[in-house]
Structure formats: C-alpha cells, structure tokens
Design a protein around this ligand. Structure first.
Ligand code: PHE
Length: 461
C-alpha cells in the first residue's frame, strides 16, 4: 500500500516551497494592519524578537520532526514523542483544514481585484466611485464569492495533485521569483513617494510608550501564523527533505525571507498611505480596508506607474496566497495518503472537495445569509468566517505550537535532535545548545503566555 515518498529536488526547492507557504496573506494583509494598530516601531521590534526567539527554533523543530520520520504530521509526531502524540498531529491537520477553508475566501478577493484593476488600467478608474461601496458589493454577492473561492480552490487542488516535486516545488520555483520581482518594483516606486520617510520612521523608530500591552502577545501570535507554524505544515514539508539537506540553513533562509517580505510589504503600503493627505486618518477601519479598499484607489490616483503596478500588486497577493493554500492542502492530503493509504490523486481531490464545503460557509459569511452571517460563537465575532479565524489563530495554532515545543524539547532525546541538526551541513552561526535552551524554555513559556492571555480574553485575530 505504501507509495515511494516524493522529495524536494534540492535545498533551494525546499526553501522556495516553505518560503512560499510562509509568505501569504499574513504578510501582505495582516502584518501591515496590526503594525498600524499597534503604532509601529516598538511593535515591529517585539515582533522581530518573537520571530528570532520563538519562530526560528520552532521552525527548526518542525522541519526536523518531519525529516526524521519521513511522515506527515500525525505519523511524525507519533514517532517523535509517542503514540498519544498522534492527537496533536490530528489537531494540526484539523487546523489546516479549517484555515484553508476560510483563507481561500480572501485569496479569492485578490482575483477579483486583479480583474478589476486590469479593467481600470485599460479603461480608466471610474471618477467618483467609492472604493468602500465597491468592496461591500463584491463581498455581498454570494454568486461571485462562490465563483472566486471555487476558482482558487481548483487552482490549489491542481497544484497539489501533481505532488511535491512536480507540483508544489515547480510552482514555487516559478512564482516566488516573480513575487520578489514585483515587490522590488513596488518598493522602488514606494520609496520615491513623498510619504516614504514618514513610513520608515513609523515602522522602524520604536517608542515603547505607544505599544499597547496586548501588542506583545499579538506579535507572538502572528509570528506563528506568518511562519506557518503550530499546525504541521512545516512538519509535512520537512518530511520531504532528504538527509543531505541542512535543516538549520533552510530554517534560517525561510524565516529571514518571510520577515523581509513582511517588512517590505509594510513599507510599500505605508509609503503610499502617508503620501496622501488625510489618508492615515481614514485607514485604520479594518484589516480588509487597507489592502482592498484604500490601496486600489490610490494606485490610480497617487502612485507613479500605478496603472502598471496596480494589477501587478494584486497578482502578487494572489500568488502569495496560492503558495500558502497549497501548503495547507498538502497537510491534509499527505495525512490522508500516509494514514489512510489513498493515492495522491484521490486524496487531493477528496480533501480539496471536503474543505470546499466549508469554504462555502466562509464565503457566504458576508452575504447576509441566515445563520452563516450572524453566527456568534466567540463574543464579538460575527459570522462563520470571523469565528473560524478566531478559533484557529487564537486557539489552534498556539496550542499546537506549544505541544510541538514539548515534543522537540522534552520528549525527543538530546542525541536525536542533536544529530538531526548537526548533520555536517549546518551553518557556522548555529549553536545547538542555544537551540535546545530556546526550544525547552523560552519558546514554551512564551507560547504558554499567549494561551493564558487568550483564556483571559486578549484577541489576536
Ligand atoms: N503563513 C501563511 C501566511 O502568512 C499562512 C499559513 C499558516 C499557511 C499556516 C500555512 C500554514 O499567510
């Protein structure tokens, strides 16, 4: 029944695919907004510390748990820490299932704005059109929402269907360089705008007096989301690494690239926003607002070469989202293949279709549909979508992450993790003792702090 395991063709293939998973709506949509909400500088600094002290060690832990077992999340955690730990793997697979079901909806919006912006580039931006009204009309249109998310789901299924090296890795090799290229173009253009100085100051000049207390926990929670940690995505990707590839080097590159892109995206958006008089007061409404309401109009009124950069920007969002949805579907697919013995083709299509049923619920959350639009499980979270996001971001990822630190730091022996990380290819900056200290003490304590904060009522989504 067992099928030979597919592998990344090289270290670059792994790094590109995992970086593609990490870079997504979290970088382009969530991070700029929470940076805004938490008043910039000090928040960014705390976030960078969380990435280095918690994110990086857990990234290495997940990759090593995967590579060692050559199994997906459930089998890998069983092998690392004992049979009961399959439950933690299962918790991760469930998180991937739910996360993918609603992530696809926002990914679908990027397709819509791409199509719209192409139209504006050729036909001109309609004078007097309200970007807010346009947004409300598109999210409120049930047929359109279903079409967009169905389109995005089919794209995701099509890639995963072809497997690790011929599907996921190939797409990452093509898309990531395009994504970097578009970002550089946008960055150059943004830095030339009048608000860029103010934007850089806002992002990089820390003022701790302005950091809300919950901002610290929000920074920690987001470091999980943005690095695709806590739910087995990196365990799964790690299970396709062959022995020859260094985990430490790969983890360093993935974390560095993800962080760089989040910062670049934020510089771009804030440069645009600070360049327009009155805009900075107007933004701030919601996460959705910045990416899908404020920016589209600005591309056509303020940004040099906006006619070209507008559509490119929305392609960028769509590509970034696709390389993340692929990794989410792969978590579920590889679980079905490894634990239930299905072929990849059947597993991909079956998992993809099952997840799409829940995508329908998420897509209809904004359309005034009875029950789906008014559901309120968590206080203040209205609609299926918001409740699902709240549950995954606030509960599932931090708890999953916590148990992964325990598995790698406390359940696996020192000699096992040491031989995995010091495999002869590790870079010189790496110090095993330091990693072990972070994974045993620093990361679990920090994550436990998030969980306690969530229980006592702080919201991260
Ligand atoms: N890291 C992705 C982002 O920032 C989201 C994601 C989380 C993807 C978990 C896969 C697994 O958008």
């Amino acid at each position: 029944m067992s099928q030979p395991r597919d592998h990344w063709s090289s270290n670059t293939g792994l790094v590109l695919a995992a970086t593609g998973s990490a870079i997504g709506l979290g970088n382009l949509w969530k991070f700029p907004f929470i940076t805004w909400e938490n008043n910039g500088g000090a928040f960014v600094l705390v976030y960078l510390i969380c990435i280095a002290a918690v994110g990086l060690p857990i990234m290495m832990a997940e990759l090593l748990i995967g590579r060692r077992s050559q199994k997906s999340a459930v089998g890998a955690l069983k092998e690392a820490a004992g049979p009961a730990w399959g439950l933690i793997g299962g918790w991760g697979v469930l998180a991937g299932f739910i996360l993918l079901s609603y992530y696809t909806v926002i990914a679908g919006w990027s397709l819509y704005y791409f199509a719209q912006s192409l139209g504006w580039s050729f036909g001109g931006y309609p004078a007097g059109m309200s970007a807010g009204d346009l947004f409300d009309t598109q999210v409120g249109n049930a047929g359109l929402q279903l079409m967009l998310s169905l389109g995005f789901s089919i794209g995701t299924i099509a890639v995963v269907y072809f497997g690790v090296s011929r599907g996921i890795e190939r797409i990452a090799r093509i898309f990531l360089p395009i994504l970097f290229g578009i970002l550089i173009l946008l960055l150059v253009s943004a830095l030339g705008m009048s608000g860029s100085g103010e934007a850089l100051g806002f992002i990089f000049r820390p003022n701790f007096g302005e950091l809300p207390r919950e901002g610290i926990l929000e920074a920690l929670g987001h470091s999980f989301f943005t690095l695709s940690l806590g739910m087995g995505a990196m365990i799964t990707y790690g299970s396709y690494i062959s022995r020859k590839q260094s985990i430490v080097k790969a983890a360093g590159a993935i974390v560095a690239l993800d962080t760089l892109i989040a910062l670049v995206a934020t510089i771009i958006m804030f440069s645009v926003i600070f360049s327009v008089a009155g805009m900075s007061e107007e933004v701030g409404g919601s996460t959705v607002g910045m990416l899908f309401i404020s920016l589209p109009e600005l591309f056509y009124t303020e940004v040099p070469f906006g006619v070209l950069l507008g559509p490119l920007f929305y392609v960028l969002v769509a590509l970034a989202a696709l390389t993340s949805t692929i990794s989410l579907l792969e978590v579920v697919t590889s679980y079905v293949i490894d634990e239930h013995g299905l072929t990849r083709n059947k597993a991909t299509v079956g998992a993809g279709m099952a997840i799409f049923v829940f995508t329908i619920f998420a897509a209809l959350s904004f359309t005034g549909t009875p029950f789906l639009s008014s559901l309120e499980i968590f206080e203040g979270k209205v609609g299926w979508f918001s409740n699902a996001d709240h549950f995954v971001s606030n509960w599932m990822l931090p708890t999953g992450g916590f148990f992964i630190t325990v598995a790698a730091g406390w359940m696996m022996t020192r000699s096992t993790t040491e031989s995995e990380l010091l495999d002869g290819n590790e870079p010189r900056w790496f110090h095993y003792g330091a990693w072990r200290f972070f994974i045993r003490f620093v990361a679990p304590v920090a994550v436990a702090a998030i969980i306690i904060a969530v229980i006592t009522g702080v919201d991260f989504s």
